[in-house]
Design a protein around this ligand. Structure first.
Ligand SMILES: [Zn+2]
Length: 209
């Protein structure tokens, strides 16, 4: 069976269950990305980022405050996207470089142009993971939708939540059985031979670029 590759990026951390999610992925020799919200990174939470990085997981930007970028000025958008990068480098010596997932996923042309000027690679998603950001999402729905829509080359969007962690306990072994390998965004680009980075456009599936 030919190996199929997916990169799940879990948004909005650092939050509780982040370290447990890292441990769970490690059980299957899988890796993932975490899209980090700058304002949630504090002296009390930065250990979670360090734990993820030390275990070979990738951190990417997800703005500082998660506000709707299209409602902000150009300067505010730039600050939202660049300040967390500097802060995390300062705190744990990790460089998120120029990879990010935008909050809300559907910015307008002005936001995309600013991201292009900032040389940001934007990670989208090409799988339905059962709306796991909703407070009333159920592990069973997350499991069903994720397994139904899993396919090679895709980015997936999940969130650092307890119900997502519960769902991953079923999703990860099943994906392993089906011949999937879960990797970080950088690994997915590399494995698929995509070395020319594209800025300011959402990348949902690396097979399509
Ligand atoms: Zn988010």
């Amino acid at each position: 069976m030919q190996t199929k590759y997916i990169s799940i990026v879990l948004d909005d951390g650092p939050l509780p269950f982040m370290c447990e999610i890292v441990d769970l992925f490690n059980q299957y020799n899988f890796k993932a990305g975490f899209a980090v919200m700058g304002e949630r990174v504090t002296d009390d939470t930065q250990y979670m980022l360090k734990y993820a990085v030390d275990n070979g997981f990738q951190l990417v930007g997800h703005s500082h405050t998660h506000r709707k970028l299209e409602t902000l000025s150009d300067e505010e958008i730039k600050k939202e996207m660049t300040e967390p990068v500097a802060d995390i480098k300062n705190r744990i010596g990790y460089d998120m470089k120029n990879i990010a997932r935008l909050p809300g996923h559907c910015p307008d042309e002005r936001v995309l142009k600013i991201c292009k000027d900032l040389n940001l690679v934007l990670i989208g998603y090409d799988m339905d993971c059962g709306a796991d950001w909703l407070p009333d999402a159920t592990p069973q729905n997350i499991i069903n939708q994720t397994l139904k829509t899993a396919h090679d080359g895709a980015f997936a969007c999940m969130h650092v939540r307890e119900h997502t962690y519960e769902a991953l306990k079923t999703i990860l072994p099943e994906l392993k059985n089906r011949g999937f390998q879960l990797v970080t965004p950088e690994q997915l680009f590399k494995i698929k031979g995509k070395t020319n980075l594209i800025y300011g456009t959402h990348i949902h599936n690396v097979n399509n670029i």
